[in-house]
Design a protein around this ligand. Structure first.
Ligand SMILES: [Fe+2]
Length: 318
């Protein structure tokens, strides 16, 4: 992990790692609990989550499990977990965006199990990813030139996911709102393309009081991202509200009127130089971050040959 943040500042990224023996034991327990044909995450998410959570809780140190359980209330917006069990076989990276989900049952059990341990629920939204839970973050030819999780060549500048929606409150149905947590697992990443995250404390350090105040005014319009079928928009909203929640997507954020033009331009400029964490996720890695308090970015890259391109899995949780 690299960081441009000074060593004295708050470090809002929780970094955890399984010991090799813990990882092997958890992998064996999941493999033993799964049916031979695997499970479908859209139809059987609760069973996958239970298998993964039980295997981890019975194989991994209580301290690490305690960190996972406490993450949503810890105040840290980002958690990284390394050295998870790997599947014995990984399919080729899908070139059309979709894959045979049952072949990823061990990974799905881990992914959903970690989400369950964190006290969160996975969910799908009907307006995106065709209503499926698991999103393959993988280059597809149809997304060339777009800022999409299926793109590669175009930089996906600092943003939050679905910033055109309202913020949800804890305990409510998460689906109509800005997704609260984005969670990822890695399958392959031989291109070593990082997922860059900018937790809000990093951003706050770089904002001067005038700009902070201007961003908290309802001076901006935010429209839906390309991957989203909902044509909704928010007009006259702040980008950084009083509760410390951020919404932003450069290509989909404009000033409502003249008063928002300069702050928006300054904010965009500042983001290009603000400190961040650069996380390279591959097989065995998990990442979760609070999408209300973290911006994320993926720089443009040249994918490895078909079947071997960078492949991550994303799941919304709330
Ligand atoms: Fe995103």
């Amino acid at each position: 992990m690299s960081s441009a943040l000074s060593a004295t500042a708050l470090r809002p990224v929780v970094e955890l790692e399984l010991a090799d023996t813990e990882s092997a034991r958890a992998g064996e327990r999941i493999a033993a609990a799964l049916p031979p044909d695997g499970l479908d995450p859209d139809r059987e998410p609760g069973i996958l989550a239970r298998i993964g959570a039980e295997a981890l809780a019975s194989s991994v140190s209580g301290a690490l499990i305690g960190e996972l359980r406490g993450f949503p209330r810890s105040g840290a917006p980002v958690v990284v977990l390394r050295n998870l069990p790997r599947q014995a076989h990984w399919p080729s990276s899908p070139t059309a965006g979709w894959c045979a989900e049952r072949e990823l049952s061990l990974l799905n059990a881990l992914h959903m199990g970690i989400v369950q341990l964190m006290g969160l629920a996975p969910y799908a939204v009907e307006y995106e990813n065709a209503g499926h839970l698991m999103r393959n973050v993988v280059p597809t030819p149809t997304a060339t030139g777009t800022t999409s999780s299926w793109g590669a060549d175009t930089e996906f500048f600092w943003h939050t996911d679905n910033p055109h929606l309202d913020f949800g409150e804890p305990g409510s149905d998460p689906r109509p709102y800005v997704p609260r947590y984005l969670t990822f697992t890695g399958i392959r990443n031989e291109e070593a393309v990082p997922t860059d995250v900018m937790p809000l404390p990093y951003l706050e350090q770089t904002l001067d009081p005038d700009l902070r105040a201007a961003l908290a005014e309802p001076l901006y319009d935010v429209t839906a991202p390309d991957s989203n079928r909902a044509g909704e928009a928010r007009t006259g909203v702040p980008l950084l509200d009083a509760a410390g929640r951020v919404r932003f997507d450069r290509g989909h954020t404009t000033a409502t009127g003249p008063a928002g033009v300069t702050p928006l331009a300054r904010f965009t400029e500042l983001l290009a130089d603000a400190p961040y964490e650069s996380l390279v996720l591959g097989a065995g890695d998990f990442l979760a971050f609070d999408n209300y308090r973290t911006l994320h970015r993926r720089v443009g890259f040249t994918p490895a040959p078909p079947g071997r391109a960078r492949w991550l899995r994303r799941l919304y949780a709330g």
